[in-house]
Design a protein around this ligand. Structure first.
Ligand code: IDC
Length: 324
């Protein structure tokens, strides 16, 4: 961590005998070849929960939830998902000051706990990141000025381009947004979404962006996306592409429906064998199978088996099986 920023209190799972946190242990992250690496140039795997839309489920942005996820679920990262075009989104009538305040609170809580945090510009129904490019430039300029000295902040500039959102669009957009972030926060790791709801990482491989410290985003929902997408991930990483799984579920791509444990286990095995970072969708109690809490669960932390959905129990067990 830079300068006088706190690196937080004890995390039991990162190092049970000390007051180390993920951030104090690993420091600033960089991309070397296909790997995310820490400040000691060791491979680094980020893992944790993605919030649901912060406009809809702001209650999970609180220090006790994050602390529980760090200490009892062995996670080291939080993703803050801010929709841009959905109901109450940043560019579709949401209160921008309130949304930014939620992001800032989330970053501060993560920082106090020594966790990494991803600021996610969650495009979806807007399809192409060019739809709100000006808003995005202003937003990321403001955020990267605020967090220029923070080694734990990553920027995810476009969740999921889809339909009209082509790789050309992403490149045009990235060439506007990335230099703005880099002017403020020089070495930040930046995550770049890919077409077809962040499945077409092969297009990024064919025509990569000309920046360092970039990772390309792959998303999967295990009941929908199976062998063919795992094969693509393997091929792309083997061919030199740095890949980051900033969102996934083990149900179908609607965020609902039955979970597929066999497919989920196959993804888990692949992700571990390549040491890919992985963030699970979603930290909420919505009535959908991708929510890790059962519908209406009122607890913000301290969850036990009865509070967790099937996906919730599965992802908790994965996090707890990790060693560092
Ligand atoms: C879904 C939420 C759902 C919400 C919907 C809005 O789970 O509650 O009503 O968005 O359209 C994604 C997206 C993510 C989706 C998720 C499940 O990044 O925003 O969340 N999903 O559909 N990509 C693939 C699946």
């Amino acid at each position: 961590m830079t300068d006088n920023k706190t690196t937080g209190n004890t995390s039991h799972n990162e190092n049970s005998n000390s007051t180390q946190t993920p951030l104090s242990l690993h420091g600033a992250l960089h991309v070397e070849g296909t790997a995310l690496t820490d400040s000691h140039r060791n491979p680094m795997q980020l893992r944790g929960m993605s919030t649901h839309g912060i406009a809809w489920f702001p209650e999970y942005i609180n220090p006790e939830t994050f602390r529980f996820l760090r200490d009892s679920w062995n996670t080291n990262c939080i993703r803050l998902a801010m929709y841009t075009a959905e109901d109450g989104g940043y560019c579709s009538g949401g209160n921008q000051e309130e949304l930014k305040k939620l992001v800032q609170n989330g970053v501060e809580y993560a920082t106090e706990l020594g966790m990494y945090v991803i600021i996610d510009w969650h495009i979806l129904s807007d399809q192409t990141p060019l739809a709100y490019r000006e808003e995005a430039v202003h937003f990321f300029d403001e955020m990267s000025k605020l967090y220029a000295g923070y080694d734990n902040v990553l920027y995810e500039i476009c969740n999921e381009p889809n339909n009209a959102g082509t790789w050309d669009d992403v490149c045009t957009y990235a060439d506007e947004v990335i230099p703005v972030i880099r002017a403020n926060h020089e070495n930040a790791v930046i995550l770049v979404g890919t077409p077809t709801w962040s499945q077409d990482i092969d297009q990024a491989l064919a025509s990569p962006l000309a920046y360092d410290n970039i990772m390309y985003v792959l998303h999967f929902y295990a009941a929908t996306h199976t062998d063919w997408l795992r094969e693509r991930m393997k091929t792309c990483i083997d061919s030199g592409l740095p890949v980051f799984v900033s969102e996934f579920g083990i149900c179908d791509a609607s965020g609902n429906g039955a979970v597929d444990i066999a497919q989920a286990d196959a993804w888990k095995e692949l992700i571990e064998s390549y040491n890919v970072s992985y963030m699970c969708w979603n930290l909420a109690n919505k009535n959908e199978s991708s929510s890790i809490l059962i519908p209406g669960c009122p607890k913000l932390d301290g969850w036990t088996d009865e509070d967790l959905s099937e996906q919730g129990r599965w992802i908790r067990d994965w996090f707890l099986s990790e060693h560092s």
